[in-house]
Design a protein around this ligand. Sequence first.
Ligand code: ADP
Ligand code: MG
Length: 255
Amino acid sequence: MNPLLELDHVSYAYHTRSGETFALTDISFQVQRGEFIAVVGPSGCGKSTLLSLISGLLLPENGSILLEGRKETSFREKIGYMLQKDHLFEWRTIYGNVVLGLEIQHKLNDESRALVDKMLMDYGLYRFRGARPGELSGGMRQRAALIRTLALSPELLLLDEPFTALDFQTRLTVCDDVAAILRREKKTALLVTHDLSEAVSMADRVVVLTKRPAHVRRIVEMKFAEPDLTPFARRSAPEFQGYFNLLWKEMNEDE
Ligand code: ADP
Ligand code: MG
């Protein structure tokens, strides 16, 4: 079977009045269905650019990006994007926020409403569906943002440092929540982060990028003897430190 996502020698440069910024050179990797991939790399190396290319917001200058073996950018519909800021609207209730994407895409119907209600119930937000975002904790807001993304039933989720705005304690809980939700919904996800411990605790494989212009330095599989550990439990598993050190070394080697 085809990989869900396939990047083949992708390069991209920003062209501005002050010149060219080469963001990515010759990026190739594949993502299988159901996989959780983390992409790590130093700040400013081109991680967000990579997600913009995958989502079709930007077009590669060289190389190709295939989703389910197809190149056309109409696949944007199949991609859910979650950002560092939750972008919930204060003038809408939690319910109003969660169904916003469905409204915009004219997909709000009995079936999608039922899906949203189920997720709100499963993930502890049903009681708060009439509340405003400002009444919720950071972790709850991030869960609401995730439900809004999942409501559109995307094939692939792109997560751009979605936890960095949270305090450390909350971040650990939300990582567990998000991992559990994605596993349960059988989603494929690509998480961009500069936090190596987040990558080790959540991913099946970690793609290490070099500094700008980014290319793939190494892809490391996270193998834990005990299967199905939560991200939090992985942090105290015996393999954790070794993977952390390995990624650290890879990321700092081109200094
Ligand atoms: P990261 O997400 O890894 O921090 P980005 O992908 O946001 O990095 O940016 C990669 C590089 O491209 C940075 O040097 C940044 O300054 C530059 N860049 C990002 N967006 C633009 C843009 N719209 N125009 C020009 N340069 C940009
Ligand atoms: Mg970024």
